[in-house]
Structures are given as C-alpha cells and as structure tokens.
Design a protein around this ligand. Sequence first.
Ligand SMILES: [Zn+2]
Length: 205
Amino acid sequence: MSKPTRASKFLLNLLLLAIFTAACAHRPNAYETGEAFREGTKVLSAALPFKPGTAFRVRQGPFDESSHSEPGAEYAWDLDVPLLTTVHAVADGRVFHIFQPPNAMGGCDPKYAAQAWNVLVEHKDGSVSQYTHVEARVKENQAVARGDVIGVTTWRGYMCRPHLHFMAWSSKDELYASPRRKSIPVRFTGVPDGLLLTGKLYQVP
Ligand SMILES: [Zn+2]
C-alpha cells in the first residue's frame, strides 16, 4: 500500500480547516450587516437610554436565540445596569402608557414575564419606544424630550439579573392591534455604526 503523498495530506488538512471554519464562523445577522436598515423600513433614531458616563453591557441584542427569539421581537436589547439606574427617553415624545401592576414580582422565571413594569413613549413619527423593568418617574400624557429621565430600573418581570429591556415599534397600532406585531430596528447615537451589539461593553458619551 502506498503512503499518502505530501500533497494529499495538505489537501486533507485544507478540507478539515474549511469544514471547521464553516461550522464555527458567526454569520452576521441582518442588523449587523445593515440589511435591517434598508430603504422603506421604519427605523427609530435613538439616544442611549442612560445618562452620560453610564457603563453597560449588552446581554442580548437583535436576533439572539434566547428570551427574545419569539417572532416579531427580533429587535430587542437587554442592557445590564444596576437596579435603580435612571432610564432616559431616547427621543422626544409623549408618555402614552405606564404599566405597573401593583402586586407584580420579578425573578428568573418566564412566569414573571407578564408582570414586567413598562413605560411606553410615543414619538413624533408615531413610533413607540418601550422600556421594560422600569419604575416610572413620569406620568401618562407627559411630554418628554430626548434625554429626560422617565424612570429607574426595577425588579419587576422576567429577569435573571438587573437590566433594562429596550425595544421599539413602528406605531401604537402595531404594538396593540397587530396579531403579528414586529419590533423595528434602532440606530443609537454615540456608538460605532449606531449598533449595540451582543456581549459588548459601552459607555454613554
Ligand atoms: Zn429582554
């Protein structure tokens, strides 16, 4: 029997390397490639939802296969910050809904999901920003400017660690009336390419 030639060994190694690389490579999702921002798509331009100097890590970002993987909720962020961190409006608008069931609890169990406290702000283009696990410091119908404090992070809802859950919707109708409601992509100011990416650490400039 003949021994494998040097050339055939080389080819085999190359093949194994190719298979290994294909299996491990992170395929950029539509948010990372920018495809999510293609023309015709409603996009919210947002300030970061914390005060300048605040450091936070993105625990989950868009398209993560995790607690945000249900259809329509692809554009959602879990931003790790301590409890009682002030939360700021990401754009000018009006507080149109505060959801704070008084006996709500929180914990690391999906059974708490419906008990999350929320503040919802409607913006001038009709889009809506949603701030979850937040105790309001504003009233319904109050006008807010970008950067105004609207609440503080709290321990209400499905949460395994203190964080702000943030997402945006194209309109109130989409949020409340559409059976297949879809979140919309968000471009954040003060971060590279306007993207908040999973696992990365940021500081509000
Ligand atoms: Zn979340």
